[in-house]
Design a protein around this ligand. Structure first.
Ligand code: ADP
Ligand code: AMP
Length: 214
């Protein structure tokens, strides 16, 4: 299964990708996680990426495409993958098409998770992530048992730098202007499965399962 999760920031892509990964045993490829790891490691690419991320802007296509190309060539992607947060522009979508054609494969499903902007601001400002294992919580909708501590591994929970209201607004604008056009690109190929993302995490998971038949 090769699938893409598309949706505005906070739609639940990461949350659902983790559930699908556990169920189907295929890797989650989150470009956001990869760039945050580069920022944490203080690499040259990480330092450059942070400037864009802090503004709620997109990292240049050629950088992102290079990173994804390398990741998709790893053996764990041979049987499938879930792309979370990539592609985010038409140029990235067409580069991905070419990349997959070169290796004789293609995307099976493009799952588009739809959530209104006002709900997204609430979701993103309450998001907390474990520094150690990356598991995600929400202070209201999915709180940890002990505030600030991960239920799974005891790690410290943190708020992402870009989950501040002003940056959130920029990220939403960026999504509508630069990412939404890829939905039409994939619609014309018959790959789009639209999901109402406003239900509970379990409801959204069930809706995705139904659409992708797995
Ligand atoms: P994305 O990866 O699309 O940016 P996340 O999966 O990180 O979004 O979800 C954003 C925040 O919203 C997280 O705090 C997560 O716990 C919460 N969340 C995810 N799905 C739902 C849902 N269906 N209902 C309520 N909150 C949700
Ligand atoms: P995310 O974790 O998916 O919300 O991504 C966080 C930030 O990383 C985005 O706001 C962008 O600055 C950057 N980013 C992640 N994926 C991409 C991508 N495919 N193209 C460009 N920038 C990206």
């Amino acid at each position: 299964m090769r699938m893409i999760l598309v949706g505005p920031p906070g739609a639940g892509k990461g949350t659902q990708a983790k559930r699908i990964t556990e169920r189907l045993g295929i890797p989650q490829i989150s470009t956001g996680d990869m760039f945050r790891a580069a920022v944490k490691d203080g690499t040259e690419m990480g330092l450059k990426a942070k400037e864009y991320m802090d503004k709620g802007a997109l990292i240049p296509d050629e950088v992102v495409i290079g990173v994804v190309k390398e990741r998709l060539s790893k053996p764990d992607c041979a049987k499938g993958f879930i792309l979370d947060g990539f592609p985010r522009t038409l140029a990235q979508a067409s580069a991905l098409d070419n990349l997959l054609k070169e290796i004789g494969t293609a995307i099976d499903h493009v799952v588009v998770i739809d959530v209104p902007d006002d709900d997204l601001v609430r979701r993103l400002s309450g998001r907390r992530t474990c520094r150690n294992c990356g598991f995600m919580y929400h202070i209201e909708f999915n709180p940890p048992k002990k505030p600030g501590i991960c239920d799974r591994c005891g790690g410290e929970l943190y708020q992402r730098d870009d989950d501040k209201e002003e940056t959130i607004r920029n990220r939403l604008k960026t999504y509508h202007a630069q990412t939404e056009p890829i939905v039409e690109f994939y619609s014309s190929k018959g790959l789009v499965r639209k999901i109402d993302g406003t239900g509970s995490m379990e409801e959204v998971e069930k809706a995705i399962e139904k659409e992708i038949g797995a």
